[in-house]
Structure formats: C-alpha cells, structure tokens
Design a protein around this ligand. Structure first.
Ligand SMILES: [Zn+2]
Length: 105
C-alpha cells in the first residue's frame, strides 16, 4: 500500500472519495511518570485519544501489558488546555482459522 494514502500530519488513512480533514490534536501522556513528555495524538474525542495512546503504548513496549490486563492511567490534554484523566484497559481477542483439508487426517 502506498504511503501517500496516509496523511503526513495525523497519519490517518485518506479515503480517495472523501476530502481529508485531520481530527483534532490532543497531547497525551502516561499519568504516573513525571518525566514523560506529552505525545501528539490525533483523534475525534479525548476518549479516542486515550485509546490510541494505549494501543501505541502496547506496541512500543512490546509486552502488550494493557491488552494482557493491566490498567494504565493516562492524561489527555486538549489544544485549549483542558485536561482529562483516563484509566485504560484492554483485552486481546483470540482469532481462529480453519483451512479445509482434502484428505481426512
Ligand atoms: Zn490528517
């Protein structure tokens, strides 16, 4: 898939039939750690920003702590400075596959 199908600013998929408009920018960080810097996240709502940050958090640390049941406290700040606080959690959902075999086992 070509990279130019994704917005250079927000990173979201750009549909060819719909003019692209970036969702609002939020600044998001893990609440517990004092030294953590805010990360820019583009999302329609503060809740979506918290969830996107959580997914990226899991991918970054590679252990998928949130998807494996840990809760993480997250702070979300709007461009206007309004802050909200989110306790994010998640789950990993099993995916099953079936492939037909032409002979019995
Ligand atoms: Zn965009």
């Amino acid at each position: 898939m070509s990279k130019n199908l994704f917005c250079d600013i927000c990173g979201k998929f750009k549909y060819l039939t719909i003019p692209h408009k970036c969702p609002p920018k939020w600044q998001v960080c893990e609440y517990d750690e004092e030294d953590v810097e805010f990360v820019d996240v583009y999302a329609d709502t503060a809740e979506e920003a918290a969830k996107e940050f959580a997914a990226d958090y899991d991918r970054r640390n590679g252990d998928f702590d949130i998807a494996n049941g840990d809760d993480v406290k997250i702070k979300v700040q709007s461009v206007g400075g309004d802050r909200s606080y989110w306790l994010v959690s998640g789950e990993s959902i099993p995916e099953y596959y079936a492939k037909e075999e032409h002979e019995p086992f």
